[in-house]
Ligand binder design. Structure first.
Ligand code: F6P
Length: 328
């Protein structure tokens, strides 16, 4: 089977170990695994890893378990939002005689995969959840999330040192788009006092009351995680609102931004990526299509792409409550 593999949207640590697993699993089936460059854009441009639509050799992915980024490159592709763009993508998949497509990425990528599956009757399409946002339904964790949590916690640990030395408050803005999973996980693992996330309403007055209580209790420094998708529009704006409302700490804002998407994947991401990559190829050989592979309660699973992208995963209420109960 000739299988095209791509990474699309924002890259995530673990995409490379996933590509490695796909190339090696495909080799065992006798497949021709072709690396498509720059996501869906590469199908439109006929841009393949190594220059032509040749098979990626098993040796070419050596050492990719520890490699950050997406070595086939990734991009966002506006044409995928139009009927004409989708028609062109499917036409090119036929032109290059692909039998199957594996797309690794987040919500936008999986939506694109679903649209292709609807139009490419004779081809098979499997999606793999790869995004630091962990906002996809049908998998407890997405590839890249565990590494991004580690990156965020490392930053918080460092900021706590300087916050302690100067009796200060830091507002740390983290990625995650419309999902507060990343922010909540970093806040809990980093022992942060507060977190603001898109899933809950943020009241500046309540935050200031809490900060005053912390101060009265003798807490000299504090760290608050701000999800980029929270209603105030990031750490700087939240800091301004808190200042205006009389927050009792000297404050600084730090935006972690794209640092969160980089770095060597942590072991949990490497294992998840390898399991899902291998499983995606197995699923294709079992005749599956229009589905996303995932891991639910430790077990590999297949979820129709329609269900995976139907809505965003929302952060578990239990975690939000946990954060409130332990931050005193
Ligand atoms: O979806 C991954 C992600 O890193 C989000 O957390 C973030 O909002 C977005 O991508 C940033 O995208 P870009 O690199 O296009 O600015």
């Amino acid at each position: 089977m000739k299988i095209g593999v791509l990474c699309s949207g924002g890259d995530a640590p673990g995409m490379n170990p996933c590509l490695r697993a796909i190339v090696r699993a495909g080799d065992q089936y006798g497949d021709k695994i072709v690396g498509i460059c720059r996501g869906y854009q590469g199908i439109l441009n006929g841009e393949f890893w190594g220059g032509t639509d040749r098979a990626v050799d098993v040796r070419e992915v050596s050492g990719w378990t520890s490699k950050g980024g997406a070595s086939f490159n990734s991009s966002r592709c506006d044409e995928m939002r139009t009927e004409e763009g989708l028609r062109q993508v499917v036409e090119n998949l036929r032109r290059y005689r692909f039998g199957a497509l594996v797309a690794i990425g987040g919500n936008g990528t999986l939506t694109g995969a679903m649209e292709i599956a609807k139009r490419w009757e004779e081809g098979q399409v499997i999606g793999i959840p790869g995004t630091i946002d962990n906002d996809v339904l049908g998998s407890d964790y997405t590839i890249g999330f565990a590494t991004a949590v580690k990156t965020g916690v490392d930053a918080v640990d460092k900021l706590r040192d300087t916050a302690g030395s100067h009796d200060m408050m830091f507002l740390v803005e983290v990625m995650g788009r419309d999902c507060g999973d990343l922010a909540t996980a970093i806040a809990i693992a980093g022992g942060c006092e507060l977190a603001t996330i898109p899933e809950t309403h943020t009241s500046i007055e309540t935050l200031v009351e809490k900060l005053k209580r912390f101060k009265a209790l003798g807490k000299k420094s504090t760290i608050m995680i701000v999800a980029e998708g929270d209603e105030y529009g990031g750490a700087y704006k939240t800091m301004e609102a808190l200042k205006q409302a009389g927050a009792p700490y000297e404050m600084r804002a730090v935006v972690l931004g794209h640092v969160m998407r980089g770095g060597s994947p942590v072991p949990l991401d490497r294992i998840l990526a390898t399991r899902l990559g291998r499983f995606a190829v197995d699923a294709l050989h079992q005749g599956e299509s229009g589905k996303m592979v995932g891991e639910i309660a430790g077990k590999l699973s297949l979820t129709p792409l329609e269900e995976a992208v139907a809505s965003h995963k929302t952060v578990a209420r239990e975690l939000i409550e946990l954060l409130e109960r332990v931050s005193v």
